[in-house]
Design a protein around this ligand. Sequence first.
Ligand code: HEC
Length: 112
Amino acid sequence: MHFPSAHKLKVMGLSIGTLGLLSLSSLAVSQTSPANINQLSLAATCANCHGTNGVGVPNAGMPQINHLTPDAMLTQLKAFKSGARSGTIMHQLTKGYTDEQLQTIANVLGKK
Ligand code: HEC
């Protein structure tokens, strides 16, 4: 599998937009290896609705998700994906990610 260079990924990160950029830069990571950047980029796809790092935006009508542990978040994401939990958007959105990607996202955004 071909991994784009870290430089290319940083350029892609810039194009995600301000929220995505904030969440990429404010997550504490010791290294910015291509693998880490990939994980942060996946988690940044949730920031438009759930806020940077899942902290939510007060009174914006979107659920805060960073109070969930990674396990609890993954359980909800898989429930949306399987259809066990219904929603207005999450049941659709989760189908666009592999189970491995959902696990990665839950690990990055879940309560530490
Ligand atoms: C377009 C806006 C949008 C995006 C993007 C989005 N969500 Fe959601 N999310 C929602 C809404 C709205 C709900 C409430 C359930 C519903 O109506 O689908 C929700 C609910 C959730 C819940 C359940 C929270 C709870 O208290 O049980 C989790 C977990 C969650 N989202 C995680 C994510 C993750 C992880 C991503 C990125 C892969 C993501 N969401 C991307 C809008 C969004």
